[in-house]
Ligand binder design. Structure first.
Ligand SMILES: Cc1cc2nc3c(=O)[nH]c(=O)nc-3n(C[C@H](O)[C@H](O)[C@H](O)COP(=O)(O)OP(=O)(O)OC[C@H]3O[C@@H](n4cnc5c(N)ncnc54)[C@H](O)[C@@H]3O)c2cc1C
Length: 299
């Protein structure tokens, strides 16, 4: 499917014609959402329309389109963070280039969806998918990003780590919108971002996203974060395990500390078999082993 920016105007429906509200201000949008809490929010539409082939699009009955709301389309950077309006396209963020984006963030955003889709796809839409943690989730998690959520009644900030409950439910009230995402811009001494699976984009049973970041001081790991996502409703991160590597020395080869970490991780991942296949676990361990036993490649 190739989406063009005019698609929402030109849609042809095979169901009863949906009602589409296209406000130009956030206040209007929030007031309308208060009255229509179960309306589907439409940002770029690339997830909502994904996998729809043929000329007739199937649309939800009631749609709130965010695309004409200027307040949601702002994008800027301060010294310490990136501020991304919920409807800023991934393409626009990526075009900001290396002066604005860290190499990790650029790689992670490029890895969300194919280049043909980035002009419409948004970060708000990626985080707003109700039933899955999509591709940006692991990186937003380890970078400690947070989301501004607004309703007609007020505003709250939620860290991406708190955007999902223990059971994987998206913690967004039906009357709320994701309006902004703030991403801290820290310097990391080493990082990896990998997408694994039979296809570079899309969701297949073997799809996996691995994100790892670390800080070092005089060859010692002072901070280490690591997350895995497989497009299910859960994402894997274990801060207790992360601390196992803190205070350890980076060295070539598989140190005792690294072995202990990999062993503990393997045990953990195997107890979560419903999330990761044996092949995925093997690949995660291999990537971590190679990265962390050759850290100078990444520093
Ligand atoms: C060919 C193709 C391949 C793709 N591959 C991938 C992939 O590999 N990984 C991946 O992650 N995605 C993939 N996608 C899906 C999609 O491009 C991204 O997930 C994108 O970031 C979604 O953004 P959007 O603005 O298009 O979201 P939309 O489709 O507009 O919305 C997605 C969901 O979020 C909700 N939503 C949107 N904005 C908000 C908001 N501001 N507040 C509250 N809820 C909101 C919507 O109601 C909907 O449930 C692919 C899409 C295509 C067409």
């Amino acid at each position: 499917m190739r989406l063009r920016s005019g698609d929402i105007d030109n849609m042809r429906y095979n169901l009863a014609e949906p009602s589409i509200f296209m406000p130009t201000t956030l206040t209007e949008a929030l007031a309308w959402k208060e009255r229509h809490p179960h309306a589907t929010v439409y940002a770029g539409g690339t997830y909502l329309l994904w996998n729809q082939s043929g000329r007739l699009l199937q649309l939800p009955e009631s749609i709130l389109s965010l695309r004409n709301i200027k307040e949601l389309n702002r994008f800027g950077r301060t010294e310490s963070r990136l501020d991304v309006g919920a409807t800023v396209s991934l393409q626009r963020i990526l075009r900001a280039g290396p002066k604005v984006l860290s190499p990790l963030l650029a790689k992670a955003l490029e890895g969300i969806c194919p280049p043909s889709v980035t002009s419409m796809a948004t970060l708000g839409g990626n985080l707003g998918v109700p039933d899955r943690c999509m591709a940006s989730f692991p990186v937003m998690h380890v970078l400690d990003a947070r989301c501004e959520l607004r309703s007609a009644k007020g505003t709250r900030w939620v860290p991406v780590t708190g955007l999902r409950s223990e059971t994987g439910q998206l913690q967004l009230q039906p009357v709320e919108l994701i309006t902004r995402i703030q991403i801290p811009m820290e310097e990391w001494n080493f990082f990896i971002h990998r997408r694994i699976g039979s296809s570079p984009y899309g969701i297949t049973p073997d799809s996996l996203v691995i994100v790892l970041v670390g800080k070092t001081y005089r060859g010692m790991i002072t901070e280490f974060r690591f997350a895995l996502g497989n497009f299910s409703s859960h994402m894997y991160r274990n801060r207790d395990l992360e601390t196992l590597l803190i205070g350890t020395r980076l060295s070539r080869g598989k140190s005792k500390d690294l072995k202990a970490f990999l062993y503990a991780l393997q045990e953990e991942l195997q107890t979560r078999k419903f999330l990761f296949s044996p092949l995925q676990i093997e690949r995660v361990l291999r990537i971590l082993e190679v990265t962390l036993s050759n850290p100078f490649q990444y520093t």
